[in-house]
Design a protein around this ligand. Structure first.
Ligand SMILES: [Mg+2]
Length: 226
């Protein structure tokens, strides 16, 4: 059984996030009188900060969205009500969704490897992660679909990986996991006894002594598995 991460692995989150934040900025230009580059950096940092609190169970999925918007407004000295924050988030969401896409190497890879049995293990909200995969046309490839929002543990906790293998009726050592983050994905999955593969889309170089099985593109995955 071959499992994948979603964001940064199958789904091009960073391009969509950038489009979402720039669209939001265009719509609220009169309030945010700051250069787009700075706004994007702040947005991305705040997303990471509040998403992490969501993954740790300290905020609900909706609360992390509001908290992110509140802090974005505080950058320009404004406070917003919950209702205003929810409306503002929808402006981001509309632009973000319009840019949802799969990386170009995804569909060929899934098509090539679907006989192995495919699944996903993702840190996120079950409904939103489902919507993303339906929207980019790949939901049907996966027979097992596990999200942290659904099971109550997030990567790198090995319990989410073990739960996914159990749902596939496979021992972890018969399962492979492919993801774009070393700590969250590679170390998490290998700690559960799976075979981890790091998808290094940015071509980051590590010291030669680091022994992490790696591909730079999903087009190389079949070769590595053979
Ligand atoms: Mg990822």
């Amino acid at each position: 059984m071959l499992f994948f991460d979603i964001d940064g692995t199958l789904f091009d989150h960073s391009t969509a996030e950038k489009a979402g934040a720039l669209g939001f900025l265009r719509q609220h230009r009169e309030i945010f009188n700051i250069p787009a580059k700075n706004f994007l950096m702040q947005w991305s940092n705040l997303t990471k900060k509040y998403y992490q609190l969501y993954l740790e169970g300290k905020l609900s999925f909706g609360e992390q969205r509001r908290a992110r918007i509140r802090e974005v407004y505080s950058l320009v000295g404004r406070t917003v009500t919950n209702e205003e924050a929810d409306w503002a988030f929808q402006d981001y969401m509309t632009n973000y969704k319009q840019a949802w896409s799969a990386y170009p190497d995804v569909i060929p890879c899934l098509t090539q490897l679907q006989n192995i049995g495919l699944g996903v293990i993702s840190n996120g909200d079950y409904q939103q992660q489902t919507d993303k995969l339906l929207h980019i046309g790949i939901r049907h490839f996966f027979s097992v679909f596990v999200t942290s929002g659904d099971v109550g543990y997030s990567k790198p906790n090995k319990r989410i990986f073990i739960e996914a293998c159990a749902r596939a009726n496979k021992e972890p050592d018969r399962c492979i996991y492919v993801g774009d983050l070393i700590d969250t994905d590679f170390l998490g999955s290998t700690s559960a006894g799976m075979r981890g593969i790091w998808l290094n889309r940015q071509g980051i170089s590590l010291p030669a002594s680091t022994n992490i099985p790696m591909v730079k593109s999903l087009a190389r995955l079949k070769n590595l598995l053979e």
